[in-house]
Ligand binder design. Sequence first.
Ligand SMILES: Nc1nc2c(c(=O)[nH]1)N[C@H]1C(S)=C(S)[C@@H](COP(=O)(O)O)O[C@H]1N2
Ligand SMILES: [Mo]
Length: 372
Amino acid sequence: MVRRPEPLTPPAERFTSPLHDERVAAWLGMALGLSFGTAFATGLFSHFMQHPPDWMYWPSRPVNLYRVTQGLHVIGGLATIPLLLAKLWTVYPKLLQWPPVRSVGHAIERALILLLVGASLFQLATGLFNIAYWYPFPFFFPTAHYWTAYILMGALVIHVANEWAKVRRTVMTRPEDTIGRRRFLLTVAAAGGAVTVTTVGETFTPLADLAVLAPRRPGVGPQALPVNKTAQAAGIARVGPSWRLQVQGPVDLTFSLQDLHTRFPAHTARLPIACVEGWSASGTWEGVRLRDILRTAGAPEDARVRIESMERGGLYRTSWVDPPHWHDPLTLLALRLNGSPLDLDHGHPCRLIAPNRPGVQQTKWVHRLVIT
Ligand SMILES: Nc1nc2c(c(=O)[nH]1)N[C@H]1C(S)=C(S)[C@@H](COP(=O)(O)O)O[C@H]1N2
Ligand SMILES: [Mo]
């Protein structure tokens, strides 16, 4: 008797684990929609704070607003990594479905999923590399991360529209067997929680001791504050008594360090450095109010001010300060930090510190203010 070969099982049907199912995929999908949505909103916030269109108005308060939104962006993004990996694991049998393409509509649907998965992985991977200060890619991170966000959001919105009815149906019906699924989802949630607990202390100071996976930690660094770019990396050497602050405006002025101490009232502000890379830490800054200097130089109330560093190159050698920020009494040219003169790495002899402002715009080693 001739044995007939077994009929080939379509690949997608060889996956029998209950975890490769709609219910797990639906819950993970909802969590991912929420976290990518949050990352998009907070990411846009950060982008437009750094590149404000002319009509945009940024308030200088609340003091910690940028700190919170950027913390949410980075820590939330990190916690999304285990979620996305779990979701991909849950649905990957679909990658092998047979036939791979059934119709034009099906082909488009699959291409869209490919785009969604690719963009998601790209955002999480480049974000992770960025906060680890590792740039193995040939493109400029902020530009690529920014534009990919729109691609991701577009693909996500279409995906949600396609899947919404199914997801609703799935989560509304009672499952027969829940133990395995529930355990899997709890494991994923625990992994996300573990990532959060070991990183959130880089911005939420009470948990700083637990932030073992964070590249920067509040309290760790010269004068108990982390440093982003050191003076050495920026090519800055300690300045002597010949240092002057130049102010270019309706009235041109020049101040020595001594002048700044004696000609203007000293003020103290408790403000954070809130880096775009997610870490943030508060310091007690002492110095002179930017508005006192600018008004002495005759700055009109609606002036914009360019803060220039002694740094020769580098993307962050200058920054702009708009009226809401320079009018704010907490905005200082800081000369001291946490009780002692500014460390060279923190911008000696003077640096800008303002409330609700991305760290990249808290210019260090300032030597010129240009009123425009
Ligand atoms: N001139 C200059 N200022 C700078 C930078 C820089 O590279 N050059 N880096 C900025 C960044 S990205 C951050 S987060 C803060 C960090 O300040 P700190 O090193 O004193 O903590 O400084 C900002 N000021
Ligand atoms: Mo930064």
